[in-house]
Design a protein around this ligand. Structure first.
Ligand code: SPV
Ligand code: MN
Length: 621
């Protein structure tokens, strides 16, 4: 009880009592250790009360991390000009002896802990520490992972209240509660209230103690412990316990006669993840992270979160009516790294004229302004975002969001930006085929929005590569085994919204994805037939023709269908070769992976012999 004694000395009576009420000794020890290390000058403990939440909102304004905008409830937060995205380079997974992972940086545990402790010593001097309690997944459910966040950023604390389920009461009701731990400090701030010491920016993931650290950064993808730091912990925990923690949206697709079927979807960024789960007329449950567990013999899924930290670039009235509506109401919204002019937010691609002056992530801004490197600064950063609660969305499936046992998962969708290989939609033969040939084979072409060459294919297994805190082979082993435990595992689909013809023209319109979803919905209930091809099941022309008419009131021609669904054998064979090479260079890869690659290659080569390089879907009838 030394820890409790220590806390009594460091906290005001009112704050101390909130902690003491939990009777959680592990919590006392955690808090005492990090208060001693970071040495804040003031400490606030947030319960689940409205009053405590309001205190934090006000602190964000008082400390200048957020500023009020014209519309009630709207605020703006800026991150440092060089702190606009996840810092992969300075994110480390700690491993016992510094063992390497195929794609992420690792560090020897002792050394990593020593380094972060040095960086964090006295880092909160002069600052206020916020102690916060949340749950990953629905509270008091088989999915719940309780979590405690320590942060000296009122912006981070405020964001978490919008994005996660409050859980102080859960702690109070269960003194032996185990929890994940997140420690963040924005470090010293500059005159714009953004993190100053970016050279000491670190994100450290300690899988052993299930604790993460973030220092000298404010960008939410680095600092919101429950989001991406936690995700690296939950991937590892899921592998240990035999469930799935995925970088996936969760949505309900409306089927015939009031039926709703739930799908998860994994897409690399800028490949249609948000636009799919926000489709007009369907049901949003979550846009970023899902937990999937087996309950009573069924795969069931929940949204880990309770809010959206979404990309704002390109959000306009026509393409994103739901988001547009949410962003234009007087309700709690944090805009980050957009342009502010006369108290109003502006962003690239909003479909309105953008003023030629204002304030943005670079400070005072004007059209044509250049940065230190000589690059022209756009009005809003391409990764500028909005933070809101899910409850604001008119398309939210409230019941699904709050269901303690989640929803029955009917299908999983994998997609990437692919101009020339995959057809627009394809169903795998079975779980193993889908896991390997769809999920584990995702590649996505780089866009003009990222640095480097355009159109380069980047491997991104399950769109989770940035967070892959365990060895890929072990992750895949768990995935394959997960399906084996299910009598009727979710169907696995691949989609590609970016297929082009030989002249470089897109073969599909933005809205076609709705038709693919409706087709998948019918497939999971065995209500439409499909064509068996070497890469999986493709839709039949007649079914799509009917769906295009019904869903989009569009005449879908045989010619369009044939172009879109032609099996491009040379491209598919090249892809198999690339994927084989990637996994071939690793150890510990499940042998099923190579078996699936070989089998698909064989099927493709046989088809090639029979029909040539480019095979019309009609050939298989
Ligand atoms: C992503 O990049 O996948 C995001 C945003 O969802 S971040 O929180 O930065 O990870
Ligand atoms: Mn994400």
């Amino acid at each position: 009880m030394e820890a409790l004694e220590y806390l009594k000395n460091r906290l005001d009576k009112e704050q101390y009592e909130k902690i003491e009420k939990t009777k959680n000794i592990a919590l006392y020890e955690f808090l005492a250790e990090y208060i001693e290390l970071c040495n804040p000058s003031k400490i606030f403990v947030a319960t689940d009360s409205e009053e405590d939440e309001l205190y934090i909102r006000n602190r964000a304004i008082m400390y200048g991390e957020e500023r009020l905008l014209k519309t009630a409830g709207h605020t703006i937060h800026f991150d440092n000009y060089y702190d606009q995205a996840r810092d992969k380079e300075h994110t480390y997974i700690l491993t016992p002896h510094g063992e390497k992972l195929p794609y992420l940086n690792t560090k020897k545990r002792d050394e990593g802990l020593k380094e972060i402790r040095e960086i964090m010593r006295d880092i909160m001097k002069g600052k206020e520490l916020f102690i916060l309690f949340f749950s990953l997944g629905p509270k008091n459910s088989p999915f719940m992972i309780p979590a405690v966040q320590l942060t000296d950023s009122a912006y981070v604390a405020h964001s978490e209240f919008m994005l996660y389920r409050k859980a102080y009461e859960v702690f109070v009701n269960n003194p032996s509660l185990k929890f994940m731990k997140f420690v963040h400090s924005e470090g010293e701030l500059d005159e714009r209230n953004t993190s100053k010491n970016l050279d000491k920016r670190r994100i450290i993931i300690d899988l052993e103690d299930e604790i993460t650290y973030a220092a000298n950064t404010q960008y939410a993808g680095n600092t919101i412990g429950l989001k991406k730091p936690a995700f690296r912990l939950t991937i590892a925990r899921a592998v240990k316990e035999g469930w799935l923690s995925e970088h996936m949206f969760l949505m309900g697709v409306n089927g015939p006669n009031g039926r709703v079927s739930y799908f998860t979807g994994a897409f690399p960024s800028m490949c249609g993840k948000t636009s799919t789960c926000m489709l007009i007329g369907e049901r949003l449950v979550g846009d970023d992270l899902s937990f999937i567990k087996i309950i009573n013999g069924e795969a069931r899924a929940v949204n880990v979160e309770n809010g959206v930290f979404g990309i704002i670039q390109g959000v306009n009235k026509e393409d994103d009516p739901y988001i547009w509506e949410v962003l234009h109401k007087p309700q709690e919204i944090i805009f980050s790294n957009v342009l502010i002019h006369e108290g109003k937010p502006y962003w690239t691609g909003m479909g309105e004229e953008i003023p030629c002056e204002g304030e943005n992530h670079s400070g005072k801004w004007w059209c044509g302004k250049k940065d230190k490197e000589g690059n022209e600064i756009p009005p809003s950063h391409k990764n500028a975002r909005f933070t809101v609660r899910l409850e604001y969305f008119p398309n939210l499936d409230r019941e699904a969001l709050n269901a303690p046992n989640g929803v029955k998962l009917s299908g999983m969708i994998f997609g990437g930006r692919d101009s020339d290989t995959w057809p627009p939609v394809c169903e795998s033969f079975n779980w193993q085929h889908g896991v390997i040939m769809k999920g584990a084979s995702i590649e996505s072409e780089t866009t003009a929005a990222t640095l480097g060459k355009e159109g380069v294919r980047k491997f991104n297994i399950m769109s989770i590569l940035d967070f892959m805190s365990v060895h890929l082979g072990i992750y895949l082993r768990n995935y394959l085994d997960f399906g084996k435990k299910l009598g009727n595992p979710p169907r696995i689909f691949a989609v590609n919204y970016f297929l082009k013809d030989e002249n470089g023209e897109y073969l599909n319109s933005k809205l076609d994805k709705k038709v693919w979803l409706k087709w998948m919905e019918l497939r999971v209930h065995n209500e439409v037939d499909a064509i068996e091809t070497p890469i999986g099941y493709l839709p039949k022309y007649e079914d799509l023709k009917e769906l295009f008419k019904e869903v989009l009131n569009k005449e879908y021609t045989r010619e369009e269908y044939e172009k879109q669904f032609t099996i491009r054998i040379p491209r598919l064979l090249e892809k198999i070769e690339r994927i084989r090479k990637i996994y071939g260079s690793m150890d510990n890869v499940p042998p099923e992976l190579f078996q699936e690659l070989d089998a698909e290659e064989k099927r493709l080569k046989e088809t090639q012999k029979k029909f040539g390089d480019y095979v019309s879907p009609f050939s298989f009838l």
